[in-house]
Design a protein around this ligand. Structure first.
Ligand code: HEM
Length: 140
């Protein structure tokens, strides 16, 4: 699990602009790096938990859709978030899987992981997009 979390943290290390999306980070500034790391680690845990749960629930595709799409929708609370940001997790996730599985990461397993992460990410995006708040029309 530790390797997995390290792998996911690269999402933010390699995409520093994404940190701006964390309101708390903007308030705290760079002096309080420990708090920043704690926030990141906390979100990394949420991401890995979601991916684990998503994979586990694949046996019941309705439960899978409900769960993953709901997580996608929660990102409307994040100011400046764009659905495409979910895709930035793809490569870090695959690297984490490779590191964690070592010799067991065969070509066949790699293909399965690629299809799985893509399926999850597609559904995070759908969940986010389908729940997008449309502008409310004011009556005159
Ligand atoms: C596969 C990708 C991702 C997954 C599975 C994921 C998962 C989650 C989950 C489960 C939550 C908690 C939602 C709640 O209970 O309200 C959350 C919150 C949040 N996510 Fe993500 N997320 C992903 C990508 C991202 C990205 C790319 C960003 C920013 C660029 C981001 C920013 C946030 C923020 C700011 C919150 C609220 C604060 C927090 O709970 O840490 N997420 N995410």
């Amino acid at each position: 699990m530790a390797e997995k979390i390290t792998g996911q943290n690269r999402l933010f290390e390699e995409n520093e602009d994404l940190l701006q999306l964390f309101e708390k980070f903007q308030e705290i500034g760079s002096k309080h790096e420990l708090t920043t790391s704690a926030e990141l680690a906390e979100h990394a845990t949420k991401v890995m938990h979601t991916l684990d749960e998503g994979i586990k629930s694949l046996g019941d595709v309705n439960a899978f859709f409900a769960y993953v799409r709901h997580v996608g929708a929660t990102h409307h609370q994040v100011p400046g978030f764009k659905a495409e940001y979910f895709w930035k997790i793809e490569q870090p996730f695959l690297e984490a899987a490779k590191t964690t599985l070592g010799d067991r990461y065969t070509d066949n397993i790699e293909n399965i992981y690629i299809l799985t992460i893509r399926f999850i990410l597609e559904n995070l995006v759908i969940g986010y997009e389908e729940s997008s708040q449309k502008p409310v029309k004011t009556q005159t």
